[in-house]
Structure formats: C-alpha cells, structure tokens
Design a protein around this ligand. Structure first.
Ligand code: TYM
Length: 327
C-alpha cells in the first residue's frame, strides 16, 4: 500500500497539525510504502519571506522526525526537489475545471485574508492533486479540512483515466478517530490555525510549558457544568478531544474520568497532558535542528527516492497525453 501526505513548511506548526497530521504520519508509516512531502511550493502561494521559507523547511523536517517519522523507512522530501510535481501541476490543470476550483472553501477563506490573491492560490489544489497522484497513492492521512482537496484529486484522476487511459490509483483520505479537526481554544467554532485562528487560542508545537498552561487556562468553555462531548458544547468537546490526542484515551474514558468535575480541573489537566506530550518532542527537535547539514542530506536522500518513485507516473502522463518522447 502506498501512503502519501503533505504539509506546508511556513507558519508555526500547532496542535491541530499534530492531531490531524504528524500523529497519523507516524502510525501509517508502518502500513506500507510511505511518502511525506514538505510542500514548499504550496507555501509560496501566499505572501512569504524567502529566508524564512529556507529555515522553516529545515524546521519542518526536524519536526517530522521528532514526531516519529523514520527517514530510513519513509521517504521524506521537499516538493521543490522533485520537478515532476510542477510538471504534473500543468498537465492536470488541463483536466481540472475552473468551476471546481472556484468551489474550494479553503481558497475562499485564504483569499479573504490576502491583499494580493495570487493565481497560484487559486490553482493550489491542482498541485496538491499532482502530489498525491504521482505516487499511485492508496491512502492520504490528513485532517478533515483537507477533505475537499482529496475529493477533487479523485475527480481529476477519474477524468484523466477516462480521457487518456488508466493511469492513476484513486486515493482515499483517512482521518484520525478524534482530533481530526482541533478547534481554536478562544473561538471553538473555528479550526486551530496560525492563519485563521487567534494567537492565544493556538497551541504551538514549540510553545514553552508556561505558555501552554496559560493558553489552556484562558480557553473558552460553554454554559452548563457537565464535561461531555456534545455539539452544543464546542469548547468542552474540543478540550476532551485534545485530551484523547495527548493521552491516547477514548472520548468515553475521558468523560467518565471527569464526571462530576468542573471545567477548571479539565483545563488544568489537559494543559499538563499536552506539556508532557510536547516536552520530549521539543528536546528531540532541538537536537535534530542543531545539525542543519544532516537535515539537508536527509532531504537529498528523500528527493532521490521520490524522483525514482514518481518517474514512471510522470512518464506515463506525458506519453498518454500525446507528447513526443524526450529521450
Ligand atoms: P497544512 O500544511 O495546512 O496542514 C498539514 C496537516 O495538518 C492538518 N491540520 C489539522 N488537523 C486537525 N485540526 C486542525 N486544526 C488542523 N489544521 C491542519 C491538515 O489537515 C493536514 O493534514 N494543502 C495541504 C498540504 C498538502 C497536502 C498535499 C496534504 C499539499 N499537498 C497532498 C495531503 C496530500 C495543507 O495546506 O496542509
């Protein structure tokens, strides 16, 4: 089985990325041949700083390894190192409709937050479809915010297959049972995010223990007193889910443990669980990040493996679309 997922290097990584992304990558890498892509090309679709992109790319590689990916077992690479991704983007853009892209809710949300809305931000889901399809991917571990992008990928793949002949495996998104959409601690109707959420409501992977405690202490809760996971209790439900992510317990177990307790106790305990989860990760991250040369060598090895794995697909795409052979 082939596994593929991507994550943007820019923007500080947060608990939502851990719950929907990193945590799932580490568990799925054992289920087959896994590819994890640092999508630096996606990051430039909004305003960014080139020097920052370079640093954040190495940060993200260190985060991926520190959260449990093994570069010997999984292929971890930077998107810009494998030129098939930009080639696939153009070829697949011809079988993606303007109307489909216009319906992408992430585009609408992100475009609202930008002064300059680039064409790249609009066509971003085509690049993402190429990322996934180039590796004949069976499963894509992601958070639920990526559902629409993976559905678009399937539609694009089906259209290409029926127009040019069977070329792509149809991928399926997989979400974690809990924590598939971690919400902002201050505004629990919004997903946790460094672009759309609040600063105080976003717990960063590299926040210090004191900052983490403060963010949970000021977390917004709901009316009533009961600690239950329910649709009319978005704040408390979010805290319960974060607890399941940090401890591995189920929602039922957390609810049972806090029966009769107050919101204050839950907040303090979730904060401590997150501090304990992140502390060993942060130590390992700092150790790995202190050797940028080794990180760059790891990326170079990953790129070599990714080029090899994607080469047959990109060659088949050019061939079936009628291009004269390049060799
Ligand atoms: P990105 O970089 O925004 O997010 C990386 C991963 O983190 C998940 N995630 C969340 N999960 C739960 N709760 C949240 N609040 C939360 N916020 C983010 C995302 O679902 C994702 O799994 N377009 C993608 C990157 C991408 C990609 C791909 C993903 C490019 N090519 C191919 C999969 C396959 C993105 O911007 O993710």
């Amino acid at each position: 089985m082939r596994i593929f997922s991507g994550i943007q290097p820019t923007g500080a990584k947060h608990l939502g990325n851990y719950a929907g992304g990193f945590r799932q990558y580490a568990t799925t890498q054992d289920q087959g041949e896994a590819f994890f892509c640092i999508v630096d090309l996606h990051s430039i679709s909004v305003e960014y700083d080139p020097a920052d992109l370079r640093e954040r790319t190495l940060d993200l590689l260190a985060i991926l390894i520190a959260t449990g990916l093994d570069p010997e077992r999984s292929t971890i690479f930077a998107q810009s190192h494998v030129t098939a991704h930009t080639e696939a983007n153009w070829l697949l853009a011809t079988v993606t409709s303007f109307g489909e892209l216009r319906r992408m809710t992430q585009f609408k949300d992100k475009a609202d937050a930008q002064q300059f809305v680039s064409a790249a931000l609009f066509t971003y889901p085509v690049l993402q479809a190429g990322d996934i399809l180039l590796y004949q991917t069976d499963i894509v571990p992601v958070g639920v915010d990526q559902r629409q992008h993976v559905e678009l990928t399937r539609n694009v793949a089906e259209r290409f297959n029926s127009r040019f002949g069977e070329t792509f495996t149809l991928p399926r998104a997989v979400y974690p049972e809990t924590g598939a959409k971690v919400m902002d601690l201050q505004e629990p109707e919004k997903k946790m995010s460094t672009t759309g959420g609040t600063e105080q409501g976003t717990v960063l992977m590299l926040d210090s223990p004191d900052v983490i405690r403060k963010k949970f202490k000021t977390a917004v809760t709901d009316s009533g007193r009961e600690i239950v996971h329910a649709s009319d209790k978005p704040g408390v439900s979010n805290l319960i889910e974060i607890m399941t992510v940090a401890t591995g317990d189920s929602i039922d177990e957390v609810q049972a443990r806090y029966a009769g307790e107050g919101y204050g106790t839950l907040k303090t305990d979730v904060a401590e669980a997150v501090v304990s989860l992140l502390q060993p990760f942060q130590d390992r991250f700092r150790e790995l990040r202190s050797d940028p040369g080794e990180l760059q060598r790891t990326l170079a090895r990953g790129a070599e493996k990714a080029r090899e794995a994607s080469a047959p697909t990109i060659a088949a795409m050019f061939d079936r679309m009628g291009f004269v052979g390049r060799r």
